[in-house]
Structure formats: C-alpha cells, structure tokens
Design a protein around this ligand. Structure first.
Ligand SMILES: *Cc1c(COP(=O)(O)O)cnc(C)c1O
Length: 385
C-alpha cells in the first residue's frame, strides 16, 4: 500500500468515527468570532483575561511604538545575531518578578516542553509524569533518554510509591505536571508535591503553568506564586500565548540550568528567534499583569458560577478553574451538543480523541474575563436546553 492509499483510508476511518478535523474559517471581532455568517461569543480560545480582545491595549502599544522597535523579524537564532536587547530585558524582568536567578525565553511552549527534558536527562534519569500532561511534554519525554513512568492523574499516593521504587537506582527523578490541566481544568496540589520533593533528595519538580500564568497569584505569575512555592520548583515553565495574549514561553530557573540549555537545548538553538516586536508586546503585557487583579477576580467569579450551575444540575465537573469541560462521552454526541450551543451564540467546540482519552469527548468551555455575568447566565440557559 502506498502512503497516499494508506492515509486516504485512515482519513475515511476518522470521518466514520466523527474524529476527522478540519481547519475552520473564521473572523474575529473582539470577543466574538464569525463562522459561516454566524456571530458568536468565543468561548474556545485561550484569551482568558480578554487581553487579546482588548483593542485599547493594542492602541496604547502602537502609540508608543517607534519604527526602530517595529522589528517584525530577528533574522537569526539567538546564538548568532537574533539576541536583540529586548530579549535580555524580558528575561531580566521575568527573573526579577519571579525572584529567580535567571529566565530563558523560547519561541513557544511546545518548544520549551520539547527541548528542556531531552537536554537535561540521561539514561540514569527517571521521569514520573502525570497521566494527563500535555502532548508537548509527552513528546519531550519521548525525545529524552530517560525512563518514564506515568502516574494516575493527580494521584500523589501512587507517585510516592513510584518514587520509593525508583529512588535508589537512578541519578535523578523528575516529577512532571501541569498546574492547571488543559482539558479537565483541575489543578495539581503544588504544595503537596513540594512536600514530597523535600522527603527525597533526588527529586526535582517540572511544572507547566501554561493555563495559569497571568491568572493566579497576587501579581498573576501563576499557581506557584499563589502557593508561595516558586523557589521549590526546579523547572517552572509558562507560556505567553494564552492569558498573556502574546506568543512564546519562558522557563525561570537558576543560572546554571539556563547556561546549559543555551548550549544544549535543540529547539532553543536551531530556530529563528521570535520577532523583537513580539517580545516588546510580551514585555508590555507582562508589566501590566500585576494591576489586572480585577480581571482575574471577575474570571474567578464567572468560573465559580458556571461550575456551581453544572454541579447543581448533577453534571460531572472536575474543573477547579476557568477551563470547564462539559463531559459528553461519544464524539458524535459532543459534535451535536457543540452545534446546538453555537446556535445559541456561543462558539464552543467538541474536544475529541486523541486530544482527550477515548470515550471522554467533551465540550471545553474556556471562560474569559471579557464575558459578562449576564452572558454567562445566557450560556447556562443554553446548556439547559
Ligand atoms: C498550550 C500549551 C502548551 C504549548 O504552548 P504554545 O506556546 O502554544 O506552544 C504547552 N503546555 C500546555 C499545558 C499547554 O496547554
């Protein structure tokens, strides 16, 4: 069978299972999207604070922008000539804000998670990863030489058993988790993980805050700031493409680790650095995050209202955050429910395998601070129908 014959057959199978994906055609109007002529509130993006939908922020940024700062390409990797001063300023700001020795910025979270673990692990490293960690982490683990064992989602009892089992025979154990999980919207218990780490000298912690950066903690640095454990996390990763309305990712760490990654991390070395313009926008947003407490509070209030409403209706709701899945099960049914909610004016999408485990198709509601309480009540009504 040729490659074309095989993939045509596989695509037919995906279609029959309601798991075939297509790129949607859409246009954006602040917090709305227009799809097939229908204008809907966008509840499927990761613009959690509503910053991407906020025109006034972009206007303010543009007003202070000079032609020299409007640099839409770096024309090089950072190790050659792509290391514009804006990179140093952004990394200094990140290290200052997190109170760490150093920070390193990457082109995206996928690169960060793909490159950090392969750069630091040897065959004597054991990675213990939560069953639900993001695909970018799974791919990074696969590229590394480490032995990997997955533990049941958020099951710290099983995690401790695995640490006990592997601790003696390896050089280092790295526990890998997200702080807010991207599909169930629940959270890892960072303090318990730190307490566990303190019992075992070889254990290190790797925490991905992609869905928490900007949203939690007194100045919006994430769950680690909220839980006062930034210094206890060896690899603290976050992304700028979600609540921070930009692009790129960061690691805050010590100087030694930063120096090593600059030398060894392939997705850092072999790529053109993000445009300095993008970095300037990231820094612009980063400096405004501490003062966005009102937006964070509003998002938390919306989230609590929706979670309560679902639970009152007897629906399963694992979420502890602004990511709230409507659990459905079969993919075909999730598609129908998403269509119905779209007819009510809410752009919601079915999330299907392989993004989530087989049989757990759902509608992923991504709340945003741009939503009003009235609009949330309309959403709840639409869910009831
Ligand atoms: C989105 C996401 C990433 C990838 O970040 P990008 O900047 O979009 O590449 C990594 N980890 C998690 C948990 C994510 O949700």
């Amino acid at each position: 069978m040729t490659i074309y014959e095989r993939i045509a057959e596989e695509l037919d199978k995906l279609e029959a299972q309601s798991n075939l994906r297509r790129l949607p055609h859409l246009t954006h109007q602040e917090k709305h999207v227009v799809v097939n002529g229908r204008k809907m509130i966008n509840l499927s993006s990761n613009d959690y604070l509503g910053l991407a939908a906020d025109r006034s922020l972009r206007e303010e940024f543009l007003q202070q922008l000079t032609v020299d700062e409007f640099m839409p390409t770096s024309s090089s990797s950072r190790l050659l000539t792509g290391n514009f001063t804006i990179y140093d300023r952004l990394e200094e700001e990140l290290a200052n804000r997190f109170g760490t020795e150093a920070a390193l910025v990457f082109n995206c979270g996928y690169h960060a998670n793909n490159g950090i673990l392969p750069a630091v692990c040897t065959s004597q490293t054991v990675i213990l990863a939560d069953k639900l960690v993001h695909a970018s982490l799974i791919d990074g683990i696969r590229l590394s030489n480490a032995t990997c064992v997955r533990y049941r989602h958020n099951d710290l009892t099983q995690l401790q058993r695995l640490i006990e089992k592997h601790h003696a025979q390896c050089d280092q154990l790295i526990v890998v988790t997200e702080s807010v999980f991207s599909m169930d919207g629940d959270r890892a218990d960072l303090r318990a993980l730190v307490a566990l780490k303190r019992q075992y000298p070889k254990v290190m912690l790797y925490v991905d805050e992609a869905h928490a950066f900007g949203l939690y903690g007194p100045t919006g640095l994430g769950c680690a700031e909220e839980e006062s454990c930034i210094a206890d996390i060896d690899f603290l990763v976050g992304t700028f493409g979600k609540a921070a309305a930009s692009a790129g990712a960061y690691l805050v760490c010590n100087r030694l680790l930063r120096q090593w990654l600059i030398n060894k991390m392939r997705p850092f070395i072999f790529t053109t650095a993000l445009p300095p313009l993008q970095m300037a926008w990231t820094l612009f947003i980063l400096r405004r995050l501490p003062a966005m407490g009102q937006r964070r509070l509003h998002l938390q209030q919306l989230s609590a209202s929706l979670r309560d409403a679902l639970r009152q209706r007897g629906m399963e709701c694992p979420s502890e955050s602004h990511i709230i899945p409507l659990m459905i099960g079969p993919s075909s049914e999730a598609i129908l429910r998403a269509d119905a909610l779209q007819r009510h004016g809410f752009y919601l999408l079915p999330v299907r395998p392989p993004t989530v485990p087989e049989g757990t198709s759902r509608i992923r509601i991504s709340l945003t601070a741009a939503l009003t309480q009235e609009e949330l009540q309309q959403l709840i009504k639409a869910i009831d129908e």
